[in-house]
Design a protein around this ligand. Structure first.
Ligand SMILES: Nc1ncnc2c1ncn2[C@@H]1O[C@H](COP(=O)(O)OP(=O)(O)OP(=O)(O)O)[C@@H](O)[C@H]1O
Ligand SMILES: [Mg+2]
Length: 378
């Protein structure tokens, strides 16, 4: 296509006619002019809006129903440059659907969580970047990682950052998305995810909310979801074929995930993503408020150490920053502060926000997570 378009660019007498509004009187004559000034004409052509280009091409075809002469066709050859241009336009068919565009989250957007970050780097980022180092110690099969913990502490955020930092293909699947009411459909969807991943390895597959896809077999569970679990186990077990396909999953209910999924060789790295400590809260607040215009009197460390922040998750802290920002905005928008006044989020706005935000993870839930942590380790 790129080469053919070049032919049209080499025939811009019609474009010139369109632009000047004059009819092309003598084809041969104008062709001569074009030969002299081909580059300028090509540039003029490129600058035209798409609909004008289309009209020009249509007019050209109507005026010249006869085939192009061999001389006119001579420049039609595909050059290396054409291939290079085409590379940017053609997307591999394996990547056409189901592939997440690599999210814009980087490590810099995540506060605290240093330990989990390091573990993920060792389990996923580095094996992709420097496989030879891992082969030296005999590690060839990728480890599977399950991030688990109370909601809103950055599990999904971590997976997004991994996608970005490992510079690799990334398929993100929400557990519930693959479940279909039609017999056999969900299994097929699971198999398709893995075959796409293999086709575009190295690839990271991220199953968010794994509990929806892979709950414990037996008991009140339906036959259909047991089959989905079996398919998932088979795919994850295909070790040899799974070379360079890294599986990360996230859940806040590890207790309802089928235990077979957590055996060695499958999702065997369980990483507990916990509620932040007061020090970590300060770090998360600083990260979250990076783009917030803070007044000089705001002390984020003091906000983080406030007892009303106890039990706050990362998401609660994000809510807190948002509340404070809205309070600052309200002063400008509703109370009609002078137009053009610079918006500043002050300590008073944070104090008001603290009064309005409550922890989203209850103490009962936290006790449950602590008990689970004894069971699954961290
Ligand atoms: N460590 C963190 N640093 C910065 N922001 C955070 C952090 N943890 C959580 N957040 C904020 O909380 C929001 C929710 O986080 P995320 O979606 O990753 O939680 P999750 O652990 O996946 O929760 P769930 O279990 O409910 O899926 C993020 O979009 C972000 O704004
Ligand atoms: Mg999540």
């Amino acid at each position: 296509m790129i080469a053919v378009k070049r032919i049209f660019r080499a025939q811009p007498e019609d474009l010139a006619a369109q632009l000047s509004g004059a009819a092309v009187s003598d084809r041969e004559d104008s062709r001569m002019d074009v030969a002299e000034d081909g580059a300028a004409a090509a540039a003029a052509w490129d600058a035209q809006p798409a609909d004008l280009k289309l009209r020009t091409i249509a007019a050209f075809l109507q005026r010249h129903p006869e085939p192009l002469t061999p001389a006119e066709l001579a420049p039609l050859a595909i050059t290396n440059d054409d291939f290079v241009q085409a590379l940017g336009k053609v997307q591999p068919s394996a990547k056409r659907e189901g592939f997440a565009t690599v999210p814009g989250v980087t490590w810099d957007d995540i506060g605290a969580l240093g330990r989990v970050r390091e573990e993920l780097r060792m389990a996923v980022v580095e094996p992709i970047r420097r496989p030879e180092v891992f082969e030296q110690v005999g590690i060839t099969a990728p480890a599977g990682v399950l991030l688990w913990g109370p909601p809103g502490n950055g599990k999904t955020l971590l997976a997004k950052a991994i996608a970005n930092e490992s510079h690799t293909n990334f398929i993100s699947v929400k557990g519930g998305e693959l479940m279909s009411k039609y017999v056999g459909d969900s299994e097929r969807a699971v198999r398709q995810v893995f075959s796409r991943a293999r086709a575009s390895s190295p690839c990271v597959v991220f199953f968010d909310e794994l509990d929806a896809l892979c709950s414990r077999r037996g008991g009140e569970q339906s036959e259909a979801s047991a089959r989905v679990v079996n398919t998932l186990l088979t795919e994850i077990d295909g070790m040899e074929a799974r070379k360079k396909v890294y599986v990360i999953a996230a859940t806040n209910r590890p207790d309802i995930i089928d235990p077979a999924m957590l055996r060695p060789g499958r999702l065997d790295r369980l990483l507990y993503v916990e509620l932040p400590t007061p020090g970590e809260r300060a770090d998360i607040l600083r990260t979250l408020a990076k783009r917030t215009p803070l007044a000089d009197d705001v002390d984020l460390a003091a906000v983080a150490a406030d007892s009303r922040c106890d039990g706050f998750s990362g998401a609660d802290l994000a809510g807190l920053v948002r509340e404070a920002s809205v309070a600052a905005l309200r002063a400008v928008v509703l109370d009609g502060a002078a137009a053009g006044a610079r918006i500043r989020v002050t300590a008073a706005h944070f104090a008001a926000a603290l009064g309005r935000t409550a922890p989203s993870v209850s103490t009962v839930d936290m006790r449950r997570y602590e008990a689970l942590r004894k069971l699954y380790g961290s």
